[in-house]
Write a protein that binds this ligand. Structure first.
Ligand code: SAH
Length: 214
């Protein structure tokens, strides 16, 4: 545990130096043990600033990107947040420490059940999950204060923007290539959104429909 504490401290410091300066975001990331979300064989790299493979040819995002996206989302304690792409559940666990409720959608049932188990073990009881196509959002629970998409949307996430509150914020990688632009949409209160480009990122694509599993 001592070794992990040191590694965690070092990673948090590095994130701060790279521009993740929001103390609540850093505290949430320090509190969530990333080692619980990675494969046994990558345990040594759990606190390194790199993306790692998870099952179903997906990835757990690089901590710097998790920090950057979480900071850009500006989550407040009373917020209901929608996350698309539960994956390992790591980003979800970080969000669950900042928001009132986190709704998370994943198209692979097997990834979702593993993530649910981890989140339960962590006591993240404000997370509600769903096996579904996140491109369609979660209309029954809309509108959301914040929406984070952790897979690359091919174009403007119009369906999801409809499920955002008028003053809401949505963060999503957008693009069809292997490199996408991380966009932040900020609701202007009149149904329109101001779009900002944050940085280039590499995410797995947002894929339509439920995943077929063997
Ligand atoms: N937030 C995750 C990152 C997972 S990678 C983490 O912290 O580990 C992106 C995830 O999005 C993958 O698990 C992939 O299966 C999922 N995904 C892709 N398209 C999707 C869709 N249409 N609906 C729901 N999940 C989707």
């Amino acid at each position: 545990m001592k070794l992990d504490d040191e590694r965690a401290g070092r990673l948090i410091l590095a994130l701060r130096q790279q521009g993740v300066t929001d103390g609540r975001v850093l505290a949430a990331m320090e509190a969530v043990d990333r080692a619980l979300f990675v494969h046994q064989k990558f345990l040594d790299q759990a606190w390194e600033d790199q993306a790692l493979p998870i099952d179903c040819a997906q990835t757990i995002s690089q901590p710097f990107i998790v920090g950057l996206m979480t900071q850009a989302l500006d989550v407040q304690p009373r917020h209901r947040v929608l996350e698309i792409g539960t994956g390992s559940g790591y980003q979800c666990a970080v969000l669950s420490r900042l928001a009132r409720y986190v709704y998370s959608v994943e198209r692979y049932r097997s990834l979702l059940s593993e993530a649910e188990e981890r989140l339960r073990a962590l006591g993240a009881d404000n997370v509600i999950t769903r096996h579904g196509d996140g491109g369609l959002g979660w209309p029954e629970q809309a509108p959301f204060d914040r929406i984070m998409v952790t897979a690359a949307a091919p174009g403007e996430p119009t369906e999801l923007l409809k499920q955002l509150k008028p003053q809401g914020v949505l963060v999503a990688p957008v693009g069809r290539g292997s490199v996408q632009m991380l966009h932040r949409y900020v609701g202007q209160g009149d149904g329109s959104f101001r779009r900002e480009s944050l940085t280039e990122v590499r995410f797995v694509p947002l894929v339509e429909g439920l995943a077929k599993e063997g």
